[in-house]
Design a protein around this ligand. Structure first.
Ligand code: ADQ
Length: 462
């Protein structure tokens, strides 16, 4: 059996509950298959560039290999090129791109560092699976140091159309580095198509309609959709933990005749948080029956606070939630409960399970696992309703959700009201269909499908 080597910017820490979508997904996959997880150690050191220590730890059937970084590497590679150029560009926010040559050089250097260290750990039968936008050029660097193993890549965020991808400085260089993989997985068919079209139009790649293979620079790569899922059983089991039961009981007591609308995500401008609060405000204006009755619980812990755009969004949300609460609150009812902190996954599961509406309104999102988690823990006899942005990757699959365009505040408020007043029979029907999809496309199936496809591309039998 081949070992699996996973490389991602952050490694999971099996001793702590994972909080990001990527960590949640990969913990499941690696524990199932066993292997090595390589990533940034989380440490900043004073070593010379490229000389950071590699920390190796054994945790169950997973070995973690964490690489230290210098401050300049972290600033340029992580805060700079990854999160001030690639993240905004891939999420259609060209206006937020903040590029500088030094950052791009650090990004290239860190990818080279990862390749040199990884090359020393790789054995001939290993299969390598690289994750996300921080590490796009890693396969090219690995090939340059002689690694010939099968290498797959999964992009967790959206792949923008060519007009938007082109705004990235050195876009053609970046696109060229994709061709050193054997298989590239995208969240949706639309993302995979954006990749194939860019390669064809801008790089003169050859492709045949309806064939996932693309050939350029003498290399052929297969580019296909592998929609990511969640660990359904594990997430569901959280609802019965003592902590979750206690919270559910408390919320039930408080909510006699009241309805919870829930939103949970990292505080990121791609997640449509101001739009969500405006939709809720519009709901209260247009449908005043919801006053003193429906409450929006918004949990949004901080991330990437050193990047300016993230500080701006935080300020905007504090103002908006304050304004809505000032306008509508009563002595014993607060319309928006805005929590700018992380919450345990157990409590999240409990909150989702008692919420009448899961309100998921990203302006752009690779997949959005929260939508799937919400569906997974709804009670079959009295399920809530998922209201989902058409701009989340999950919208391609979860067609029985009520879909909204979160830029259209007025119509979205109407849809939210429809969700809050939906008859039980329709809720059950929609939930049954969504639940079947979320269960079938779980994270184990996702990783198995990807790895089977990678082995097939390289014609490996086990
Ligand atoms: P994220 O942008 O992090 O992931 P998402 O897919 O919603 O977005 O995953 C977030 C995960 O973190 C969920 O499992 C959620 O429960 C958890 N989480 C969020 N807020 C939390 C909190 N306050 N406390 C604890 N846990 C919290 C990226 C891409 C997505 C893609 C995933 C997976 O941006 O589009 O779906 O990777 O590929």
């Amino acid at each position: 059996m081949s070992r699996l080597i996973v490389v991602s910017n952050r490694m999971g820490d099996p001793s702590k509950p994972p909080s990001g979508g990527l960590a949640v997904a990969l913990n499941g996959a690696l524990n199932e298959l066993g292997g090595i997880w390589m990533g940034w150690s989380g440490n900043i050191t004073n070593t010379a560039p490229g000389e950071g220590q590699l920390h190796i730890k054994q945790m169950g059937n997973v070995t973690t290999a964490g690489l230290d970084m210098t401050q300049a590497e972290y600033d340029g590679y992580y805060l700079g090129f990854s999160n001030s150029v690639l993240w905004p560009a891939f999420h259609h926010r060209q206006d937020l791109i903040n590029s500088d040559k030094q950052a791009e050089q650090e990004y290239r250097r860190v990818n080279l560092n990862f390749a040199k260290r990884l090359q020393q750990l790789v054995q001939p039968d290993d299969v390598i699976w690289i994750h996300d936008y921080h590490l796009i050029p890693l396969a090219q660097e690995l090939r340059a140091v002689g690694v010939e193993n099968p290498i797959g890549f999964f992009l967790h965020i959206p792949m923008p159309p060519s007009q938007i991808f082109s705004v990235i400085p050195d876009a053609d260089w970046l696109m060229r580095t994709f061709f050193y993989y054997d298989l590239i997985g995208f969240q949706t068919e639309a993302d995979a198509m954006n990749f194939r079209l860019y390669a064809e139009r801008k790089l003169g790649a050859e492709r045949v309609e309806d064939d996932p293979k693309v050939t350029a620079f003498g290399r052929t790569v297969e580019a296909r959709a592998f929609p990511i899922g969640i660990d359904v059983d594990q997430f569901r089991s959280l609802v019965n933990e003592p902590d979750a039961r206690e919270l559910r009981d408390r919320l039930h007591t408080k909510s006699a005749g009241r309805q919870w609308i829930t939103g949970v995500e990292r505080l990121d401008y791609s997640k449509g948080l101001p739009e969500r609060m405006k939709i809720f405000r519009e709901l209260l204006h247009k449908y005043p029956d919801n006053i003193a009755r429906s409450t929006l619980v918004q949990i949004a812990p901080p991330t990437r606070e050193a990047v300016e755009a993230y500080a701006d969004i935080r300020e905007e949300l504090e103002q908006l939630s304050g304004a809505v609460n000032g306008e509508f609150a009563t002595i014993d009812w607060t319309p928006i409960r805005y929590i700018h902190r992380s919450v345990s996954r157990t409590r999240l599961a409990a909150l989702f399970s008692i919420s009448r509406v899961g309100l998921v309104t990203p302006l752009r999102d690779g997949m959005n696992l929260v939508a799937k988690e919400y569906v997974a823990v709804q009670p079959d006899d009295d399920p809530g309703v998922l209201v989902l942005s058409e701009f989340a990757g999950a919208a391609e699959e979860l067609t029985e959700a009520l879909q909204v365009n979160p830029y259209n505040i007025d119509q979205s408020a109407d849809v939210l009201q429809r969700a809050l007043t939906m008859p039980l029979e329709e809720r059950r029907e929609r939930h049954g269909a969504l639940k079947a999809k979320v269960e079938k496309g779980n994270v184990v199936a996702w990783s198995k499908d990807f790895l089977a496809a990678l082995k097939k591309v390289k014609k490996i039998s086990s």
